[in-house]
Design a protein around this ligand. Structure first.
Ligand SMILES: [Zn+2]
Length: 499
């Protein structure tokens, strides 16, 4: 039994408010995060998988999905095509097995709307009848990870219909499977009556949480397909969904996964900032915020102008705020990481400027890509999907292309916080104005800044020079062995301040 499971059991039996409760509620407040995959799912399959998961994320946020769960968990309910679900009966080991029914509904919905990222793979599984496979994990576990069964997925792709397929197939099959597996990842199980410690009348297909949550996902897809028409009518970031269980009206529901941070630029600084940014795909609006310390942004307004490609705003404030940020909005549930400017020093965060991209020497498997250090998300727990990690070879590096030669002033480097943050030491910063494609050589010149010892969660370095490319490269760690072992570059966020 892991420490986390033990902690949870203690919490559960004692029913005490605690840090753990907060931890669960934190995951419960939002909806499913971005999906990612490794190389095991063939490239031609990914668009269909991504679209299906995007539609499923939208469905998971809806009252219709909530109502389906509420009804089926409480009582036996006949769904479309005479599919019967409920009432829920716990399989041995299920979380909240002895809680009240209303608590079971609340938690099942929270896990169905977890903000956790989703990582999926494709493999041929041993049992051809399995749609997918996932491990049981503790409540609060950070990432949903599962594997589609290739032998079952293949027919889905070959049956993929036109985009106006009235039955929304196979999207609903993929969605149902994904949410079923996600419940396993929150430690809900199913099995025979004996395996689940239930009486002989127990039917896992009707009464287990994975089959019920997956079934409700499928049900809302089916109802929406019947009443809402073309699934693409709401554009590439929203899905038409029935406004309630058994209701025939529909509304466009935006994908709740986080939007990309707006890539801002600013003129008129210091003192009279004009902030502009390219339109963010999927954004339904923007919020501009300001504050005096760069950490909190207590004032906000929505006065700005957009044309087809860009938006901008002249500061309408008169009290001389120092920091400004832009957040993309996608309905009440979703907002992007913010991008910011420093109006006191006349700097912008170049990491969030337009045309910026990041790369690295190698990438650790699973949600560790170089762009995660410039996504504006300052959550340092690698499990939460906003931290980069390279492999563990000698000389690993992370680098950024600012898109054009910019005047770089200061680097704020945030290290990983859940583990291994102190690997961010004994590194050098190189700059170049030459084209430095990924993994190639170019003229980097001497180190322009360096850090010998771990500086804590935030390392600030001064770099005063023009540069288009910056590279953070680890030195061989002779203090760790001879020959020195490799180490990983792991970064939560890289804020490059300048002009
Ligand atoms: Zn299962």
């Amino acid at each position: 039994m892991t420490a986390r499971t033990l902690l949870f059991t203690t919490f559960f039996l004692a029913a005490c408010g605690s840090e753990l409760e907060d931890q669960i509620d934190e995951a419960a407040d939002a909806v499913l995060g971005r999906a990612s995959t490794d190389g095991s799912c063939a490239a031609q399959y990914r668009p269909l998988l991504e679209k299906s998961l995007r539609m499923a994320r939208s469905v998971a946020t809806t009252p219709a999905f909530q109502q389906c769960l509420d009804q089926t968990i409480r009582a036996q309910t006949t769904l479309s095509s005479n599919i019967i679900k409920g009432p829920y009966r716990a399989c041995a080991g299920d979380p909240y097995a002895t809680s009240s029914v209303s608590m079971q509904v609340t938690r099942a919905l929270a896990f169905g709307r977890s903000s956790n990222a989703l990582q999926y793979r494709c493999q041929t599984l041993a049992d051809p009848n399995w749609g997918a496979q996932a491990d049981l994990e503790e409540v609060g576990s950070a990432a949903e990870t599962f594997t589609f069964n290739q032998s079952l997925v293949d027919p889905w792709f070959s049956q993929s219909g036109p985009t106006n397929d009235p039955f929304w197939y196979p999207h609903r099959m993929i969605a149902e499977t994904a949410w079923h597996e996600a419940m396993h990842q929150h430690n809900y199980n199913h099995g025979s009556a004996a395996e689940c410690g239930q009486s002989s009348t127990y039917d896992m297909y009707m009464q287990s949480m994975p089959y019920m949550v997956g079934g409700c996902m499928n049900e809302i897809f089916v109802q929406s397909a019947e009443h809402c028409g073309n699934m693409d009518q709401c554009g590439p970031t929203a899905t038409p969904v029935v406004t309630g269980m058994g209701v025939t009206s529909c509304s466009c529901v935006y994908d709740p996964a986080p939007l990309a941070a707006p890539r801002i630029s600013a003129t008129g600084m210091p003192g009279a900032v004009v902030v502009s940014w390219p339109r963010v795909q999927g954004a339904a609006g923007y919020r501009i915020s300001s504050g005096t310390d760069g950490n909190s942004f207590p004032w906000s307004w929505t006065s700005f102008a957009c044309n087809d490609t860009t938006c901008d705003s002249i500061d309408p404030q008169t009290w001389g705020d120092l920091y400004y940020s832009v957040t993309a909005l996608n309905g009440p549930l979703v907002e992007s990481p913010r991008s910011n400017v420093d109006n006191s020093r006349g700097w912008i965060n170049l990491s969030h400027a337009s045309g910026v991209s990041a790369s690295q020497s190698s990438t650790f498997p699973e949600h560790s890509e170089a762009w995660r250090a410039i996504d504006g998300n300052r959550d340092g727990d690698w499990n939460h999907g906003s931290v980069t990690a390279t492999g563990w070879n000698l000389g690993e590096y992370w680098q950024i292309d600012l898109g054009a030669v910019r005047t770089v002033r200061q680097l704020d480097l945030l290290s990983r916080t859940d583990w291994g943050g102190d690997y961010l030491q004994q590194f050098d910063i190189y700059t170049s104005n030459q084209t430095c494609a990924w993994n190639n050589t170019c003229s980097w010149g001497p180190s322009r800044a360096s850090q010998d010892a771990y500086a804590g969660p935030k390392t600030t370095l001064t770099v005063s020079r023009g540069a288009r490319y910056l590279r953070l490269k680890l030195r061989p760690r002779t203090d760790l062995g001879n020959p020195p072992p490799g180490a990983s570059v792991m970064l939560t966020e890289v804020d490059i301040w300048g002009n």
